[in-house]
Unconditional design. Sequence first.
Length: 301
Amino acid sequence: MPNYHLSQLDQLEAEAIFILRETAAQFENPALLFSGGKDSIVMAWLARKAFWPARMPFPLVHIDTGHNFEETMTYRDEFVDLIRASLVVGSVQESIDSGRVIEEKGPNASRNKLQTVTLLDTIESNQYDACLGGGRRDEEKARAKERFFSHRDDFGQWDPKNQRPELWNLFNGRKNPGEHFRVFPLSNFTEMDIWMYIKREKIPLPSIYFSHERDVFERNGSLLAVTEFLKPQDHEPVTRQIVRFRTIGDATCTGAVESTASNLDEVIAEVAAARQTERGTRSDDKRSETAMEDRKKEGYF
């Protein structure tokens, strides 16, 4: 008899594709949130496979803080062309200029939290009724509370205690006017699964995921890169180190790790031996014990 056994990656891929197709079926105007990080890259890659040979039926939505790594922005444009997707950009700088948000001041200032308002404004202006996100349950304790279909009220807020049951792969996407859903096809992937899937599929990645030389300094336990947006204080010495990034976000709060991993096999071996989660390098998550959950309740990714 034929062997129908599926590998771990096959099962995760099938589950994610099912969620992507279910999203297209249940919602009128869905979008895919795209940061240029590995999880959103994998999600977009899966969406491409889910609807091949047609184009994916939703745009990629990037919330641009204006403080991105140059490598991320270059990759974003190349990847959009590669998968033949349309791109919608929400600008945090425009939110600041219009008075919708007030930029933080001081040495620990970041635009990461300001993304929430820009994201909600982008959802409202484009009338998106579902936004696909690359969140995984193993990333952080707040994200572990998410369902595949995560309801948001008409203010874009998330109530972790009022989410709908998801039994037998049945998903309830019913909503009232003004409400929308965040959908997480990669919920059951782990960081290792993501890297193994990237290797299997030969998915191109931004170069900063691999080891390179960069000027960095330490602040609040994070190894931050010197950029035009982030400068060290007088007591923070700058050193030239070989580093890479495990996660990609706003350059002002995304920490690097010392690493010589220059290819996928070396990255996978490093992740297998790691004792800190990838978001352990994010200084914005260290502002409080509930930093991520508080942002999610306000409408963050």
